[in-house]
Design a protein around this ligand. Structure first.
Ligand code: 6SB
Length: 325
């Protein structure tokens, strides 16, 4: 499972939790403007926007899980198991494989409006990266530095592009169903409730936080969608980058999967391998890993963006504890 969010606090912060039981060897990867992006069915992009994000580099090709470009357009791929469907190549369409989709969009579009335009003729095709790296059943959240967001889902009924007014994406079911389910939780509140159950009788307010008593807390994707919407949309806006980044990671960690809680096979547990977030206005990419609560940062503009070579930053692992005595 995964969760992706767009947090608005002065600037816009975009990123995701990656939840899985195995690590892929991902790292922070900057693709500079002149790295030639080859596509299986589309012309090579010799020059494009620079991209920073989490990727697995295979044969010098950055397989992005999520990232953002220098114009402040962000994009994340999340599991959409059993629902995603990718099609054969169709002449006259823009045939793009799921593994090429992030470079294809982030390489060429400044914002969500431009991405929507690019998607008009898109056909997401069933082409593997390799025999070892088969198609992944993904759907995508795309968001920009002005705060717009869309969801892209390719299902047997075709390509669907939905406006996303809440800036949250998890996994199944389809995005419109998540929004319908979300409507069931409108009365969840940070404030203690007024007794409308039986207004003439007195009920105890035995605890703070009773307004969120009905908030789902499960590891499943529907629960995380609701919980994250509540957390994100009631999160304060800070006055500084430090405060905002701190709030941002609290929002993501609110739906973190701790080891031991989501058993995907006997004695095998999915957990939040990493959480990341990029300030879409400045290009600073932040991340934490399961093993390391410390927030690490890579600033894309500190890399030579007029280059042809990928810049790779292995994830910092291992907890750092400030010993006080
Ligand atoms: C597994 C992850 C989603 C996390 C998630 O949601 N896990 C819940 C599982 S469950 O829903 O609970 O069952 C997804 C997110 C992005 C994906 C990569 C995208 C690039 C590339 C595409 C190629 O085609 C195949 C290899 C490739 C490296 C992909 C591997 C894997 O698929 C990644 C990491």
């Amino acid at each position: 499972m995964c969760t992706s969010i767009l947090y608005t606090a002065g600037d816009h912060y975009f990123g995701r939790n990656l939840d899985l039981e195995v690590s892929f060897g991902q790292e922070v990867v900057v693709t500079p403007r002149d790295y030639p992006f080859d596509f299986r069915q589309m012309p090579t992009l010799d020059h494009h926007y620079a991209i920073i994000g989490m990727a697995l580099v295979k044969d010098n090709y950055p397989l992005y899980f999520d990232g953002a470009n220098e114009e402040g357009l962000g994009m994340a791929g999340l599991n959409f198991a059993g629902l995603a469907h990718f099609f054969p190549v169709v002449d006259g369409k823009d045939n793009v494989s799921p593994f090429e989709f992030i470079p294809y969009v982030l390489g060429q579009c400044k914002n969500v409006a431009e991405a929507k335009q690019l998607l008009v003729n898109l056909n997401l095709v069933n082409i593997n990266f390799s025999d070892q790296l088969q198609l992944s059943p993904l759907h995508w959240l795309i968001a920009d530095r002005q705060g717009a967001a869309i969801v892209v889902e390719s299902t047997p009924s075709g390509l669907h592009v939905y406006d996303n007014p809440v800036g949250v994406l998890t996994n199944n079911p389809e995005f419109p169903s998540q929004m319908t389910n979300l409507a069931n939780y409108q009365s969840v509140s940070p404030a203690n409730p007024v007794n409308t159950l039986m207004p003439k009788k007195e009920l105890m307010t035995y605890s703070r936080g009773l307004g969120s008593h009905m908030l789902p807390g499960g590891m499943d994707s529907e629960s995380r969608f609701v919980k994250e919407c509540f957390t994100l949309h009631n999160a304060p806006e800070g006055d500084s980058e430090l405060e905002n980044v701190t709030n941002y990671f609290h929002c993501l960690h609110a739906v973190e999967q701790q080891k031991g809680l989501d058993e995907v096979a006997p004695a095998t547990f999915e957990y939040t391998i990493y959480s990341d977030g990029i300030n879409l206005a400045t290009g600073t990419f932040y991340y934490t890993t399961y093993e390391d609560n410390q927030i690490n940062a890579v600033q894309m503009h500190n890399v030579n963006l007029n280059s042809r070579e990928l810049a790779q930053f292995p994830l910092v692992k291992g907890q750092s504890i400030h010993a006080q005595n």
